[in-house]
Design a protein around this ligand. Structure first.
Ligand code: ZN
Length: 322
């Protein structure tokens, strides 16, 4: 039986919740998506209490759940800077997540110039092997994947450049600089992941884009965050659109676990002069996925997915009248 004190505390908490006002840093999810042309969709089987669905013709479908650190957009996990909130029975999100996630995905605008030249960046190289598997190094499989992406994109008429054309060392800052030197329209860095020692089961696919100014990166603990603004932040909307397109294709074609569109201030993303992403195409440390990454069949799937995601993005931002 509950003590009267705790009943009173609970009653006060309820009263406080009923009169709580929306913080200036937050927006109601439904209201803000309505401004972007989406409508409320009925719940589906399996939707949890404290969840909402929004979407409609010509819009992706968004599923959000109270207290979650992400939303699902057409089924793809997109990490937020703050968890989804609940106020007066309605879900809320941080205003910055509205600006940097919802607007780019729900309100697409055309580029002035068509996407044509893609710079692919195979991770590591030379004396930096990257993550290591008993049978291969990350630098080798990342390079092989990049060569396959290049072939797939060239077939579709894109011009493709690599930051390294062989097993050579290349500093991190030199990579985005090459995108500037060769006036690339997009930059895509290709890596494979690894978990901690003795973890042979973690697996899945991550696509990173630069963290927006003032917000925390996905893998950084709250309060410890660098919240700096970087030159690459001028492409925040494009970065997110590209990351989402590529992550979606990667999941569809590899059936890998969705670890989400994530945010990081990686050196190769910070100073980019064009939109860009960094892909972690699976875990070399996973017994199952590590073996898969060692096969040309899997790397071809990853490569075709990356190319399809880039092509989808390019179509979505195509200048009007082309
Ligand atoms: Zn790597």
């Amino acid at each position: 039986m509950e003590r009267p004190g705790s009943i009173l505390t609970a009653a006060l908490a309820l009263a406080a919740a009923a009169t709580a006002e929306l913080r200036a840093a937050d927006v109601y999810l439904g209201e803000s998506l309505r401004q972007l042309g989406a409508t409320v969709l009925p719940a589906q089987k399996g939707d949890r209490a404290g969840s909402e669905r929004h979407g409609g013709a010509g819009k992706p479908t968004l599923y959000a759940e109270r207290d979650r650190d992400h939303v699902l957009v057409d089924g793809v996990k997109v990490m937020l800077s703050e968890p989804v909130g609940l106020l007066k029975g309605r879900l809320t999100v941080a205003r910055v997540d509205y600006d940097k996630v919802l607007v780019p995905l729900f309100w697409r605008t055309a580029e002035r110039k068509a996407v044509r030249r893609i710079m692919l960046d195979p991770g590591h190289g030379g004396n930096d092997p990257g993550k290591q598997h008993a049978k291969y190094n990350e630098k080798t499989v990342a390079f092989d994947t990049a060569v396959r992406v290049k072939a797939a994109l060239e077939q579709q008429g894109f011009e493709v450049l690599l930051t390294r054309s062989k097993d050579a060392s290349l500093d991190l800052p030199a990579r985005p600089a090459l995108a500037g030197k060769f006036a690339a329209d997009l930059f895509v860095s290709i890596h494979y992941n690894s978990a901690g020692t003795n973890d042979t089961t973690s697996e899945g696919i991550e696509t990173y884009c630069l963290t927006p100014p003032g917000t925390r990166s996905t893998n950084v603990a709250k309060g410890k965050a660098d919240v700096s603004a970087e030159p690459g932040n001028r492409f925040d909307a494009r970065n997110l659109q590209l990351a989402w397109c590529v992550q979606r294709q990667l999941l569809a074609r590899t059936r890998g676990e969705d670890r989400g569109v994530r945010r990081a201030r990686f050196a190769v993303l910070r100073t980019l002069p064009c939109p860009g992403i960094l892909i972690e195409g699976g875990f070399v440390s996973s017994r199952r996925e590590g073996a898969l990454i060692g096969t040309p069949v899997y790397r071809q799937q990853v490569a075709e997915a990356i190319a399809a995601g880039i092509a989808e993005y390019a179509r979505a931002v195509q200048p009007a009248g082309r």
